[in-house]
Design a protein around this ligand. Structure first.
Ligand SMILES: [Ca+2]
Length: 516
């Protein structure tokens, strides 16, 4: 009896050992996950997601293969989304206490999961004590924390005249309490979010202290930097780039291995110069391109050439960067909605994301096929853990308009179905985590010119993989050219139904295969 159990233990040990050793990807490579805490998991029954709820779900994220979590804003703020901060060195009590947050970080680290906090440097909320003080008088200590102008000097630019990718707002100068005769303050996004004056060294020093609080005391691993291109107005782009270099230097003094990922919602050529300060930037162009190719069912834009073109812009700026790829984020319609709620299209889109270089970001709920269209509240709906809110962690802060247990199969059900989208995500992420070439390799186009196929080669230290995605709804058979004749073995097959024989690869509709 003792012998049997010892043997059993040995088998379990060997199995877990081999599973553990399969994961070779080190953060910040590997897959990150964006969470809107409010919609994720509730611990105290008020229907609002919170830190303790997320802590209770860390094992779920660990099992999914996630290496890092980006938390949308968690600092005190009057709005549901919390992008207008009123205190940078605290957590919003709606989400729990500081101790709850520290527990979340500690438990995440135990599971080898990193925590990133959304940091809004560009503006505060108009309820922030700095701003409340600043509007009291021109002599206020905090007056110069914000940007002011005499109304006559800005008459020509009271309106921005046009919206931008990241803002519909066209009014950038705002009167205080409707007093249109006195000085106006600058607020790129709207009057409730006054821009900070980052020319003021005192304001900069505030952010050094804020960095010490989060990286030092709270032990987070890094920041997602909101609205990074708006620190100074558009005509001061060079100052914006220099600001982030300064910021990075300061944060590295606090935590040498700090991870910074920035939101510069622009074309790649305008994104690239920011890489010197922010060594990871969200690749918006690629997100749009993947969506467009998968939606069309054919690669009419040359997806990988596009990727390389973006990369060329980046490498002209620096070689020291890690691309931050994603399909959609909390500011965009959910990917499944953009793809006509076709789960197969969602699969191949995720497949492309997971086979590109960099750090892929999954927006919470993508892995179970949540849907959502703007306005913003409805692309940030409660995660669906089980039917009829049977999971006690289910959040209910808003009535969902798109994702509910009729339109989305809850996680509990998908877990038991090997063919579910969730298991597709899980299997794909685990495969990526085990692959040196997918995690760290370079990327090159492959000489296959079939519009239904997105193909490329990933290489690391002579470890080469041929990646093939069928973005169409028909089966495609590819005769590999002589240059690719060495790829004979299927290492990964998203539907377990492809085949390769004599350099002919048969790829079912929407399938991804990786050959070695
Ligand atoms: Ca709660």
């Amino acid at each position: 009896m003792r012998k049997i159990s010892a043997c059993f233990l040995l088998i379990v040990f060997a199995f877990s050992c081999s599973k553990e050793s399969q994961k070779i990807t080190k953060w910040p490579y590997g897959v990150n996950y964006e969470v809107f805490i409010r919609s994720y998991a509730d611990s105290n029954g008020d229907g609002i997601g919170d830190f303790n709820g997320l802590t209770a779900k860390l094992d779920y994220l660990k099992e999914l293969g996630v290496g890092g979590i980006w938390l949308m804003p968690i600092m005190p703020s009057p709005t549901y989304h919390k992008y207008d901060v009123v205190d940078y060195k605290a957590v919003d009590p709606e989400y729990g206490s500081q101790e709850d947050f520290q527990k979340l970080v500690e438990e995440a680290h135990k599971r080898d999961i990193r925590i990133l906090v959304d940091l809004i440097v560009n503006h505060t909320g108009s309820d922030h004590p700095w701003f409340k003080n600043a509007i009291e008088s021109k002599e206020s200590t905090y007056r110069d924390y914000y940007v002011w102008a005499n109304k006559d000097s800005i008459r020509e630019q009271i309106s921005k005249k046009s919206a931008s990718l990241d803002s519909d707002n066209i009014t950038q100068w705002h009167p205080v309490n409707g007093d249109t005769l006195s000085e106006h303050y600058y607020g790129f996004f709207y009057g409730g979010m006054p821009d900070l004056n980052l020319d003021n060294q005192k304001v900069r020093q505030e952010f050094v202290e804020i960095g010490k609080y989060w990286l030092g005391e709270m032990k987070v691993d890094g920041f997602r930097l909101d609205a990074a291109k708006h620190i100074f107005p558009t005509d001061r782009a060079n100052d914006n780039h220099a600001f982030w270099k300064w910021f990075r230097d300061e944060m590295q003094k606090i935590k040498p291995d700090v991870y910074l990922v920035g939101e510069v919602w622009s074309k790649a050529e305008d994104v690239a110069p920011y890489l010197k300060g922010l060594p990871a930037l969200f690749n918006f162009d690629m997100g749009y391109a993947i969506t467009s190719v998968v939606r069309a069912g054919k690669d009419t834009i040359g997806l990988i050439s596009k990727y390389k073109q973006i990369n060329d812009y980046y490498t002209k700026s620096t070689n020291e960067f890690i691309d931050a790829t994603f399909l959609k984020n909390h500011d965009q319609n959910r990917i499944l909605s953009e793809l006509g709620t076709d789960l197969n299209k969602a699969r191949v889109a995720a497949g492309i994301l997971f086979t590109l270089p960099g750090t892929p970001y999954v927006y919470y709920g993508e892995e179970i096929g949540m849907i959502g269209m703007k306005p913003d509240e409805y692309i940030r709906e409660p995660f669906i853990w089980d039917y009829d809110a049977k999971d006690k962690r289910q959040t209910s802060w808003e009535a969902p308009k798109h994702s509910n247990d009729d339109t989305v199969i809850p996680l509990s059900k998908q877990k038991d179905d090997p063919a579910s989208l969730y298991n597709f995500y899980k299997r794909f992420i685990q495969y990526r985590n085990s692959s040196k070439s997918l995690s760290y390799g370079s990327i090159d186009t492959a000489p296959i010119n079939i519009r239904e196929i997105v193909s490329f080669i990933r290489s690391k230290d002579g470890d080469n993989r041929l990646v093939l995605h069928n973005v169409s709804d028909v089966e495609v058979t590819i005769k590999l050219p002589a240059a690719l004749a060495d790829y004979k073995v299927i290492e990964f097959d998203s539907f377990n139904s492809a085949s390769v024989n004599n350099s002919e690869v048969r790829l079912p509709a929407y399938a991804t295969v990786v050959l070695k």
